[in-house]
Structures are given as structure tokens and as C-alpha cells.
Design a protein around this ligand. Structure first.
Ligand code: MV4
Length: 512
């Protein structure tokens, strides 16, 4: 086992890796930008090294500085977490070239999966189903029209260097193809520095189901089953679960075997994920492979009992996977990403100091956080504050438990996605498991318009009455007794009690 690992990341995933190190008896080295000098991950690690100013490209993306820090600290290995440098082939190479161990797949496997057309060719060569489409970059609109007429509209233009939805264009008719191709090329060039684009048949209303893999350095590749990640907005996943209501044991075996074939073909080692679309007929199509630990990895951990980050480290050390070939999920796990975004305001990122944080607890609740009371939330990095993950014996229990845990959660000082998640847990379609990748965007307006419950209205009324009472007392400088009638509270409230509060007072206090 290593004696010291450098964690090339920040926030909750840095903390997640530091915790795994501690359990393994390995010392951890955090890196931090000036914005993170007092962050949770810095204090949690055994050592910490400054790597630059707040901007990511001057700190967490400085592979050269991070390798230098690792060498200077005496670390033997680097764990990249997710995002930042985790899927940069050049960084995996430079870690290796510096004589350090990369806790991730070989640079060659990252490169093989970096080209979406190369990944499709690899999948096809190993009998893994892909969406109908071509496997080479399109040359021009004329060729694009020929390919499209091969399987019919709608089609989807995708960036060869893409992933995560950038550079994608749905085309519903031949007349739109040339302009869409130009637009996709421009977007792709901007995002990836490469304007190569290819085409697939557009699948309407599928689920996004992915397979978690672990692969050791002795040729063993294991599927740890699926995660359902359909609840997403603008390619940002919001809620993930394991297993998926749409996956039967037979489908799980077939998708797992397909993912294992792709990984073996790519010479893959360490943790990785194969993304699939699952259509309404239960047919699955390989999309791409993510060559990193993913945000949503905890739901797999909770239903398999396998610590994925621990095994990333053990695999990088050369250990063999000790698990059986078939691993069936036990119970149900759900993850909600708690972000500092305001759902009522188009998920606008919110900034400020977290004045107060109450973290949920109790049976079956896990909190993977990166912030605490006193933390400052800025705009330099991702808005994810924490992941709230629950386990239940059944999906219904997991949903009830998540709802209960969300009720316990309190984040003061910045807006958060808490309310949004509560509304999803209350939603009949979600509770029925009736979700696909367009579900959230279709459902969002009605989710956010849900009227307050009677209990919430009553609480708001009481709060409003107390505020009105306090303000009235302040103006007259005489301390008055408790609110004894709604009419007095609403009558004496003045201008600072807004319309909603007056309505709430009428609805709530007068009744109680
Ligand atoms: C698709 C698709 C429909 N048909 N490909 C989006 C990101 C990238 N990983 C692939 N993506 C998609 N590819 C075909 N042929 C729909 C999506 C897609 C999607 C996929 C997974 C999760 C969320 C998504 C949201 C919008 C579109």
C-alpha cells in the first residue's frame, strides 16, 4: 500500500478520497487555490499545498504544478477525483512520467474513450449495441444527408470529441441539416478545439442508465450493476439511483457483460462507467465510457457494499479484486445533489457564506459534503455543496427516507436545491419510477409551482405573526405579549409584512 497520496481536487470528492486514505492508513496531501485556503478538504488532509490563484486554470487545472507538489510532498500516487484533470490523457501521462502512480485508468484507455467515434467502433467490434449512425467524422452536408436518409429523421449531430451534451444538435428534417451541421461544428470547435462531428439516430424519451465497472491489473473486469440517472436538467444530473426500476436481472446481466467487453477491449483498469440509453422497448445502446470515479458513485456503494474509492486505490497498488463475478444489488439507494442554486430562479447559482448548516442523519442516511457552516460559496467552482444519499430496503422506503432527510436539512446563507428535491420526492410520476431523460424539464414548471401545504402555511403564518408582533413592539418600544389574534397581527403589521404573509396569517392564524 502507498504511504502517501496527493488528492488533486477540492470539495466533497477531495474529502471523499481523503477519508478513504485515512481508512487505509495512507497519509493524504490536499492541494488548494487561494479561494480554498480555509476549506474543509484542506483541514481534513494530513498536509496541504497551495497551487495557485482561485481560477481553476491557474490552480486545479495546473497539472505541472500539481505533479511538482506531489513530488515535493513525497506522495507516491495522485488521485484526480472527477472533473478538473481526471480525464486528461496528458495529465495521466505526466503523472506516470514523473514516476508517480496514477489512480485511474491508463492514459491510453482515456484516449481510446475520448474519441466518441473510436469508442463506437470499439463497441461495434465487440458486439456491443450502439445507436444506429456512422462511426467517422462527417465531411460535409451532402454526406450528412446521405447518412441521415439511411435511417431517417430525427437525427442527432454529436461532437467526436464530445461528451456531456456539448456540440449536440437534434435535426428533424433534411432542410435543417446543413445549418445544424455548421452550428454543431462551431460549438464543438469552441468547446473542444476540434470541429469533427458525426451522426446518430435520435432516440426519443430514453432513460440514461450506466454500468459501474471495476477492473484490476490482472485482467479481471467486474460489473457492479447499473445506476439510473435520467433525472437531469441541461445535462446536469440532479438525482441518481441504484438499481433502476427499468432493469431486470436479465437486462442487468446483458448490459453488464456489454460494458465489461468494452472495458476489456480498451485495456481498461480501475473504476469506470459505461453510459447507455435504454429505450422504451428495453433495448440498450452504448453511448460512451467515463474514465473516472463519478459523482453518483455512492448509490452503487450502498447497494453493493463495495467502497469504490478504496478499491480505486487498491487496484492502483496492484491488488486483485476479491469479489464474485455476479453482484446483485441489495435494497435501493438514491442520491440528491444539493447545490447552491435557486430552483425558483432558473437554478441561478447563489453565492455567500453558509451561516448555518444542519446535516440530516439517522438510519440509512449518508452525507458526502464539501462545505460546513462558515464556508464561503463563490462562483469559481461547481455549485455542488454536498450529496445526500439514502439507502432503503425498497425504492418506496428510500424515497420516504430521502424526503425525511431533506426535511431535516437546513442550509442558511445561500439558496439551495433542497426544496426542489422535496418536490421531486413528493411527485407521483417520480414515485412510480416513471422517468426518462426529458422528464425533469417537462415536469419542472409544475414541480416548482406546487402550493404550500397546510402545515407550511401555518408555520409561515406563525412566523409572519411573530415578526409583525416584534416589529410592532419595536415601533412602540413596549414589549407585548404573545400573538392572541390574527386580526391584531395583520392589522398591526405595517408595510413590511408582504402580501403572502398577510394571506398566510388569514389562512393560518385565524383558523388556529
Ligand atoms: C443521445 C440522445 C438521444 N439519441 N443519443 C447526451 C450527452 C451524451 N452523453 C449523449 N447524450 C444523448 N445522446 C441519441 N442517439 C440523448 C442524449 C441526451 C442525454 C443522455 C443521457 C443523459 C441525459 C441526456 C439529456 C439529453 C440528451
Amino acid at each position: 500500500m502507498f504511504t502517501k497520496i496527493l488528492v488533486a481536487n477540492r470539495g466533497e470528492i477531495a474529502l471523499r478520497v481523503i477519508r478513504a486514505c485515512r481508512e487505509l492508513g495512507v497519509r493524504s496531501v490536499a492541494v488548494y487555490s487561494d479561494a480554498d485556503a480555509h476549506s474543509t478538504h484542506v483541514r481534513a488532509a494530513d498536509e496541504a499545498m497551495r497551487i495557485g490563484p482561485p481560477a481553476s486554470r491557474e490552480s486545479y487545472l495546473r497539472g505541472d504544478v500539481i505533479v511538482e507538489a506531489a513530488l515535493a510532498s513525497g506522495a507516491q500516487a495522485i488521485h484526480p477525483g472527477y472533473g478538473f484533470l481526471s480525464e486528461r490523457e496528458w495529465f495521466a501521462k505526466s503523472v506516470r512520467d514523473a514516476g508517480l502512480t496514477w489512480i485511474g485508468p491508463p492514459a491510453e484507455a482515456i484516449a481510446a474513450m475520448g474519441s466518441k467515434t473510436a469508442a463506437r467502433r470499439l463497441a461495434i467490434a465487440h458486439d456491443v449495441p450502439v445507436v444506429p449512425g456512422n462511426t467517422e467524422a462527417l465531411t460535409d452536408a451532402g454526406e450528412a444527408e446521405k447518412v441521415a436518409s439511411g435511417f431517417g429523421y430525427p437525427v442527432l449531430l454529436k461532437a467526436t470529441a464530445g461528451g456531456g451534451g456539448k456540440g449536440m444538435r437534434v435535426v428533424r428534417a433534411a432542410s435543417e441539416l446543413a445549418a445544424a451541421l455548421d452550428a454543431a461544428r462551431r460549438e464543438s470547435k469552441n468547446a473542444f478545439g476540434d470541429d469533427a462531428v458525426y451522426m446518430e439516430k435520435y432516440i426519443e424519451g430514453p432513460r440514461h442508465v450506466e454500468i459501474q465497472l471495476l477492473a484490476d491489473q490482472h485482467g479481471r473486469v467486474l460489473s457492479l450493476g447499473e445506476r439510473e440517472c435520467s433525472v437531469q436538467r441541461r445535462h446536469q444530473k440532479m438525482i441518481e439511483e441504484a438499481p433502476s426500476v427499468a432493469v431486470t436481472p436479465e437486462l442487468r446481466r446483458a448490459m453488464g457483460a456489454a460494458a465489461v467487453r468494452v472495458a476489456k477491449a480498451a485495456g481498461y483498469t480501475n473504476a469506470g462507467t459505461c453510459e447507455f440509453l435504454l429505450d422504451r422497448d428495453g433495448k440498450f445502446y452504448f453511448l460512451e465510457m467515463n474514465t473516472r470515479i463519478q459523482v453518483e458513485h455512492p448509490v452503487t456503494e450502498l447497494v453493493t457494499g463495495i467502497d469504490l474509492v478504496e478499491w480505486q486505490i487498491r487496484i492502483a497498488c496492484g491488488e486483485r479484486l476479491p469479489f464474485p463475478d455476479t453482484i446483485e444489488p441489495r435494497g435501493w439507494a438514491i442520491e440528491c445533489r444539493i447545490t447552491s442554486e435557486d430552483p425558483q430562479n432558473g437554478f441561478l447559482p447563489s453565492t455567500g457564506r453558509i451561516d448555518y448548516l444542519h446535516v440530516p442523519g439517522g438510519a440509512g442516511v449518508r452525507w458526502d459534503g464539501g462545505v460546513e457552516a462558515g464556508s464561503n460559496v463563490g462562483l469559481f467552482y461547481d455549485p455542488m455543496l454536498a450529496k445526500l444519499i439514502v439507502w432503503g430496503a425498497t425504492r418506496a422506503q428510500a424515497v420516504a427516507r430521502m424526503h425525511r432527510a431533506l426535511l431535516e436539512l437546513e442550509v442558511d446563507g445561500v439558496e439551495s436545491s433542497r426544496e426542489f428535491h422535496l418536490r421531486v420526492m413528493e411527485d407521483a410520476e417520480f414515485r412510480a419510477g416513471n422517468i426518462e431523460i426529458q422528464w425533469l424539464e417537462r415536469r419542472l414548471p409544475s414541480l416548482l409551482a406546487v402550493p404550500a401545504t397546510e402545515a407550511e402555511l401555518e408555520a409561515a403564518a406563525i412566523a409572519a405573526a411573530l415578526i409583525a408582533d416584534r416589529d410592532a413592539a419595536g415601533r412602540t418600544s413596549t414589549r407585548r405579549g404573545p400573538v392572541d389574534s390574527g386580526s391584531r397581527a395583520s392589522g398591526g403589521s405595517g408595510d413590511d409584512v408582504r402580501a403572502w404573509a398577510r394571506a398566510a396569517i388569514r389562512e393560518g392564524v385565524e383558523r388556529s
